[in-house]
Design a protein around this ligand. Structure first.
Ligand code: AQP
Length: 328
């Protein structure tokens, strides 16, 4: 069975972008692949996090994995920091990474733009992401389009390691869905929907109440036209909302377009909000059950044990190949 690895940062409340671009695919892949799904807390601290919020968000993201439909008996669900081999392999791979490669990463440029002081962790984090992937010799990586560049670097690092120390790492492939790969911000369709955006009106959080969802969709930016037509180049805002509609309803973009022909944005937005509410209701109910049962901690322990069994073996072999003196 081919291996799949992916993660989500506990850097805020998960959004509809994380759900459509990541979680929905995780759920599908668990039936056909050996899956490892982590809450990447070591990545989240590449930008400042308030400790109490980080703890709460970590538990919340883990519970949302399960609430979204990931079966912890099928896929390993765990915290990245509970498998310390990730951080150690991350360091080893950092030493194989060139500054120029990291300087080219657009996510680093975006996240550091306009900031006075930028942590070194934000700069070197693609090497840790490479370690996350390579430590399981993963075949397939489900990511949004924004992560493609980091995956390219991972492939380069795997090839570099293999040519220096002998063939060992599997070269991973991206798995990027065609529709929903990039859900854009509700207030600015040139930016992706992001959980750490300071304006909560820019995203739908998976735990938003129905009324908040209705309000956010009614305030979402559109254009001065009124035709519900899919045209990302000329109507990026409406096209983004149509993409969301298609993803949560299961309709095709054409079907969404046909359904609202001649009706204008008002009717479309109203029903879009109801579609989102209906899609998130069962997820929210399962989330509340999981949180109140306290089951998350057992799920995370089970997942970390399963993951560490593979990760620790990979790390030992990497260190042997690189020439580390093994402990007695
Ligand atoms: N807007 C999006 N559309 C489609 N996919 C998305 N993903 C994130 N935003 C969108 C996918 O979700 C996964 C987890 O992402 P992450 O939390 O590790 O980091 P991120 O990509 O930086 O996500 P955010 O929400 O934008 O977080 P912050 O604001 O903390 O940086 C990835 O597979 C990603 O592609």
């Amino acid at each position: 069975m081919k291996r799949v690895l992916s993660g989500i940062q506990p850097s805020g409340q998960l959004t509809l972008g994380n759900y459509i671009g990541a979680l929905q695919n995780f759920v599908k892949l668990q039936h056909t692949h050996e899956c490892y799904f982590m809450v990447v807390d070591l990545h989240a601290i590449t930008v400042p996090q308030e400790p109490a919020a980080l703890r709460e968000q970590s538990e919340s993201v883990a519970a949302l994995f399960v609430a979204a439909g990931i079966d912890p008996d099928k896929a390993a669900v765990y915290m990245q920091s509970h498998v310390p081999s990730h951080a150690e392999l991350g360091w080893l791979l950092t030493t194989l990474t060139y500054m120029g490669e990291l300087e080219r990463m657009t996510q680093f440029k975006d996240k550091s733009e306009g900031k006075e002081s930028v942590g070194a962790g934000l700069f070197v984090y693609p090497a840790l992401m490479a370690a996350d992937i390579l430590i399981y010799n993963s075949d397939l990586i489900p990511v949004g389009e924004d992560q493609k560049q980091h995956l390219e670097l991972t492939r380069d690092l795997a090839q570099r390691f293999n040519s220096r120390y002998g063939d060992f790492f599997t070269i991973p492939e991206p798995y990027i869905p065609k529709v929903g790969a990039r859900i854009m911000s509700l207030d600015d369709a040139s930016k992706k929907m992001s959980k750490s955006n300071p304006n909560p009106g820019s995203y739908i959080a998976l735990l938003d109440s129905p009324d908040v969802i209705r309000k956010k969709i009614s305030r979402a930016t559109t254009d001065s036209g009124r035709e519900v037509v899919y045209d990302p180049a000329n109507k990026p805002e409406v096209s983004n909302l149509m993409g969301i509609y298609a993803q949560v309803s299961g309709l095709s973009l054409q079907e969404v377009q046909d359904r609202y022909e001649g009706q204008g944005y008002g009717a479309f937005k109203k029903e879009l909000a109801e579609q989102i509410v209906a899609a998130l209701e069962p997820l929210q109910a399962r989330y509340n059950e999981i949180r109140s049962s306290g089951a998350v901690h057992d799920i995370l322990k089970q997942g970390a044990d399963k993951a560490a069994a593979v990760a620790d073996r990979t790390l030992a072999e990497v260190k042997r190949r690189m020439g580390f003196l093994p402990p007695r």
